[in-house]
Design a protein. Structure first.
Ligand code: NOJ
Ligand code: NOJ
Length: 454
């Protein structure tokens, strides 16, 4: 089977397996569990981050549905998700944490056990996806519904988007736990999501005539942008994950979450010059290149002697969570390996839209590592669109993206299912089975590969 054929086949599997985790039996409608696994580990909860990322994939399914029945089904999920959001936004205060509460039971109650909280990326990602949904509805002429269910400046307390935006606008500069639920500090990923949510919110506010909010959100987004520029570490030649961290054990700060923060395109209409860290930013390219090197030498399954294509990617090199316990050794994750492919596909789309590629001392290692048949690059090179080299680089970027998909294909279960992790020595799937976010990453990555857009 060619890679293409396999990707099509797996796309259908991923859709089915993802949807099984939406409103599962016994849950409130609209709850999306992180995995169906109820013990070792117990992931039968709705994490706001995970479910909001999955909603992004469901929006894609809705828009690309081939028949009315499928479209109706997907729409129902989106409406249920809005209902569930109303419930958890109401109950979130029970722990005294408010919208920073990361994890809810499938009945819509905040998890009461000890946990790493608050985590402020969840509300931001949810706002981004609800705003995307609002724009889709507006394009369909359903403004009344948007005002009634999603965004009404006269009733901020019962508008899910406004509640999330007002929360993240208030807390963006405060430290919190990271998306991996381990480190306290100021996070590149979390702040990037908050900035994007506020920019998107500003655009929606303009479209709905909520003039006071337009500038307020935009100004805050600007302040966050200034703070994000400080995450570059020149010695490591990478953007690091956390500033002012409180680590239990020392860390390099190298972390795949930085790449995740750049994925998934931009807020509607966002002019190119305001894009802060586009995927082809030299610091992002440098970070991707450092991360690949680190993971390539960290996991035994990445040993070139084994002859498996691509590089299996994990969360961060010092990871000790093996999917069951936290005092072990971390593994690569299928969803993160897929997301690295996504990064390359997004990158190819971006480069195609540029008039030139500039090689700098910072991004040189990235371009040098591309499989581009003897193509040589040097700092200072300017490769113009139209030059055969320009095309060769973009082709190499796409091919490299494919190697990450080949890698996942190699280790995936024969029935096309994936777990949270894959064993660093054997490649076998381990940890929570059918991780919802992994399937979402797959669906979003396929879309980035097939319909490159920026
Ligand atoms: C589960 C978390 O989600 C994971 O990120 C973490 O490593 C372990 N618990 C330990 O806190
Ligand atoms: C552990 C991951 O680190 C975290 O990001 C995720 O939200 C939970 N597992 C649930 O999937």
């Amino acid at each position: 089977m060619t890679l293409e054929e396999w990707l099509f086949q797996e796309q259908d599997r991923a859709e089915v397996l993802l949807l099984r985790n939406v409103s599962p039996r016994g849950a409130l409608r609209g709850a999306i569990v992180a995995s169906s696994s109820r013990d070792n580990p117990d992931y039968f909860y709705d994490w706001i981050r995970d479910s909001s990322i999955s909603v992004k994939a469901i929006l894609v399914l809705y828009l690309s549905a081939s028949d009315r029945e499928a479209r109706r089904r997907h729409r129902r999920i989106l409406e249920d998700f809005v209902d569930f959001t109303n419930v958890v936004q109401e109950t979130a205060g029970f722990n005294g944490i408010g919208l920073g509460e990361p994890k809810f039971t499938v009945e819509g109650l905040p998890y009461t056990g000890p946990w790493a909280r608050p985590q402020n990326d969840g509300a931001a990602i949810r706002a981004i996806e609800l705003i995307r949904w609002a724009f889709i509805l507006l394009d369909q002429g359903e403004e009344g519904l948007v005002r009634e269910r999603l965004y009404n400046p006269q009733r901020p307390d019962s508008s899910p988007i406004l509640r999330d935006l007002d929360y993240v606008a208030r807390v963006w500069s405060a430290p919190c736990f990271d998306l991996w639920e381990e480190v306290w500090g100021d996070h590149f990923f979390t702040r990037s999501m908050i900035r994007k949510a506020l920019l998107a919110g500003s655009l929606l506010a303009r479209r709905l005539g909520d003039d006071a909010a337009v500038d307020a959100y935009r100004e805050q987004a600007q302040a966050i942008a200034d703070s994000l520029r400080m995450f570059w570490n020149p010695e490591q030649r990478a953007l690091i994950a956390t500033r002012n961290p409180r680590y239990f054990t020392p860390r390099s700060g190298l972390d795949t979450s930085v790449i995740l923060a750049t994925l998934g395109g931009y807020v509607r209409d966002e002019p190119p010059h305001t894009r802060l860290f586009p995927v082809d930013h030299e610091q992002v390219l440098a970070t991707a290149s450092v991360l690949e090197k680190v993971f390539a030498s960290l996991y035994p399954i990445n040993d070139p002697a084994r002859g498996i294509p691509g590089i299996a990617i994990g969360r961060y090199p010092e990871d000790r969570y093996n999917g069951y316990v936290t005092d072990s050794l971390g593994n690569p994750w299928p969803g993160l390996t897929i997301s690295m492919g996504w990064y390359y596909y997004d990158l190819a789309a971006h480069l195609r839209a540029r008039s030139r590629i500039t090689i700098s001392a910072i991004n040189l290692p990235f371009f040098e590592a591309l499989p581009s048949n003897g193509l040589r690059v040097r700092p200072g090179d300017e490769i113009l669109a139209g030059d055969p080299k320009f095309r060769a680089i973009i082709d190499a970027v796409m091919r490299r993206g494919d190697t990450f998909m080949e890698r996942v294909r190699y280790h995936i279960n024969p029935d096309g299912s994936m777990s949270e992790q894959m064993n660093r020595d054997t490649g076998f799937q381990q940890g929570a089975r059918d991780l919802t976010m992994g399937y979402s990453a797959f669906l979003l990555t396929i879309r980035a590969r097939l319909a490159p857009r920026i």
